[in-house]
Design a protein around this ligand. Structure first.
Ligand code: URA
Length: 424
C-alpha cells in the first residue's frame, strides 16, 4: 500500500481499509515513512467518513500494539478500572479507586491531566503535599500490591501511537470523532492490563459529548471495543448539566473527595460514585457493599495508604486560595433550577484551575465552590457561587464566563435522573 491511496480511499469513502492496510499504516508511521501531514489528512478523512466496526477493531489493535500491555495477573486480585470522559467537578475517580480497592479489587487507574474546562485527576492529586504522579512499572505494581489502588500518569510505553495521533488531532480539528475518541481511550485502558472496565460517559452542557444520543453511541462503541479485546466493559451515561458535587478546582475537589470517603459527600457525587462502584465490583465478581466500606472507615484508610505509597501526606492541610469572591447572586427568592456546568468549568479554568496549553501549570487552590445547587432554595441576592483565586485580577474574566449560568424559579425544579443509560 501507499499512504496517498489510503487517504484517497477514506476521503472518497470508497471502501473500508483492510486489516493489512491498517497494520502497514501504523508501522510506516512509526518508521517515519508516513509523515505527520499525511496522517493528519487521513484523520480528517476518518473524522468525516468514520470507521466501520472491523476498521475500528484493527485501528485500536494497532494503537495497543504500538506499546506494551501491562501484566497484572500476579496481583492475585481481580482488576477493574473506571474511565470518565470528563466533566466539571468530576472527582469521582479520587473516591472510587480507594473505595473499590477497599472492597477487595485491585484498581490500576492510569489517568491524565486536565485540558480545557474539564479538570484532570492528576492535577487534583498533585495539590497534596509530596504526591507523585509518575511511577515506573515496578513501582506501579508495588503500589497496587500495597494499597490495592493506584492513580498514576500513564507511562510513555502505553499506546505511544495515541500520544502522537492525539497531538495531531488536537491541532487539526479532528478530536470530536466517535471512532477516534473510542480508540484513543480504549487503547490506553486495554494496554493498562485491567480485566474489567466501567466507563462513565458524560452528557450535557459540561461534557465533551454534549448530545445524549452521541454519548450513548460513544458508550456503545467503547463497550464493544473492550469486549473485542478481552476486557469486560460496561458503560453508564451520566448527566453533566451542573457541576458534580459542590467543589470545582484541584485542592477544593480533593477536600470534597476526602469528605465523601468519610461519609460526608454531596448526594449527587455519592449517587454516581456508588453506582459506578457497584458496577465495578459486579464486573470483578466481588460481592460487597461499597456504602458499608465508607461507613466502616475502610475506604478512607485505603485512600490514606494510596496517597502515602506515592509520597503524599494525606494528613497535610490542603493549600487554600489567597482571595475569594462571592458570585452569581440569586435574582429572586426561589429554587436553583439550572447552574450551567460548562460556565462554571470555564470560570474555574479562568481562575487558574485549568491550563490553556499542555505545557502550562495549574493553580492548586483556584476554583469555584457551589453554595447552592439545582434543587436548593435561595433568597434574592444570596450568592450561589464563591470564586477562589491566588490572583484577584482573574475574577473579572471568571465572572464574564458565568453570565447567564443561573436560572432561579419560583417552584422547585423537577431534576431528571443523573444516570440516563447503561450499555453492556
Ligand atoms: N480523551 C482521550 O484520551 N482521547 C480522546 O480522543 C478524547 C478524550
Amino acid at each position: 500500500p501507499d499512504v496517498v491511496s489510503l487517504i484517497r480511499i477514506k476521503r472518497d469513502n470508497l471502501r473500508p481499509l483492510t486489516d493489512p492496510e491498517i497494520n502497514w499504516l501504523f508501522a510506516a508511521y512509526a518508521d517515519g515513512e508516513v509523515a505527520d501531514e499525511q496522517m493528519a489528512a487521513l484523520l480528517m478523512a476518518i473524522y468525516l467518513n468514520g470507521l466501520d466496526a472491523a476498521e475500528l477493531r484493527a485501528w485500536t489493535g494497532e494503537m495497543i500494539a504500538s506499546g506494551e500491555r501491562l501484566d497484572l495477573s500476579g496481583l492475585g486480585r481481580p482488576t477493574v478500572d473506571k474511565h470518565s470522559t470528563g466533566g466539571v467537578g468530576d472527582k469521582v475517580s479520587l473516591v472510587l479507586a480507594p473505595l473499590v480497592a477497599s472492597c477487595g479489587a485491585a484498581v490500576p487507574m492510569l489517568s491524565g491531566r486536565g485540558l480545557g474546562h474539564t479538570g484532570g485527576t492528576l492535577d487534583k492529586l498533585e495539590s497534596i503535599r509530596g504526591w507523585r504522579a509518575s511511577l515506573g512499572n515496578d513501582e506501579l505494581l508495588a503500589a497496587l500490591a500495597e494499597a490495592g489502588a493506584v492513580i498514576a500518569a500513564a507511562g510513555s510505553g502505553l499506546a505511544p501511537a495515541d500520544r502522537r495521533l492525539y497531538a495531531l488531532r488536537d491541532v487539526t480539528g479532528t478530536v470530536e470523532s466517535i471512532p477516534l475518541i473510542a480508540s484513543s481511550i480504549m487503547s490506553k485502558k486495554i494496554a493498562e492490563g485491567t480485566d474489567a472496565l466501567v466507563l462513565d460517559v458524560k452528557t450535557g452542557s459540561g461534557a465533551f459529548m454534549a448530545d445524549q444520543e452521541d454519548a450513548v453511541r460513544l458508550a456503545t462503541v467503547m463497550a464493544g471495543l473492550g469486549a473485542e479485546h478481552g476486557v469486560r466493559t460496561r458503560a453508564l451515561v451520566t448527566r453533566m448539566e451542573a457541576p458534580l458535587g459542590r467543589a470545582v478546582g484541584n485542592a477544593l475537589e480533593v477536600a470534597e473527595a476526602v469528605a465523601a470517603l468519610s461519609g460526608d459527600g454531596p448526594p449527587d457525587l455519592m449517587e454516581v460514585t456508588l453506582a459506578l462502584a457497584r458496577h465495578m465490583l459486579d464486573l470483578a465478581g466481588i460481592d460487597a457493599d461499597p456504602a458499608r466500606a465508607i461507613a466502616s472507615g475502610r475506604a478512607l484508610d485505603t485512600w490514606k495508604k494510596m496517597i502515602k505509597v506515592q509520597g503524599g501526606d494525606p494528613d497535610a492541610p490542603l493549600p487554600r486560595a489567597a482571595h475569594r469572591q462571592a458570585a452569581l447572586p440569586a435574582p429572586g427568592d426561589g429554587y436553583v433550577a439550572r447552574l450551567d456546568a460548562l460556565a462554571v468549568g470555564v470560570a474555574a479554568w479562568r481562575l487558574g484551575a485549568g491550563r490553556a496549553r499542555k505545557e502550562d501549570g495549574v493553580s492548586y487552590t483556584a476554583g469555584v465552590r457551589c453554595l447552592a445547587k439545582p434543587g436548593d432554595r435561595v433568597r434574592a441576592g444570596e450568592p450561589v457561587l464563591e470564586l477562589h483565586a491566588d490572583d484577584p485580577d482573574r475574577f473579572a474574566a471568571a465572572l464574564e464566563a458565568l453570565d447567564g449560568a443561573l436560572t432561579v424559579t419560583g417552584e422547585p425544579p423537577v431534576l431528571p435522573p443523573l444516570i440516563v443509560a447503561q450499555v453492556g
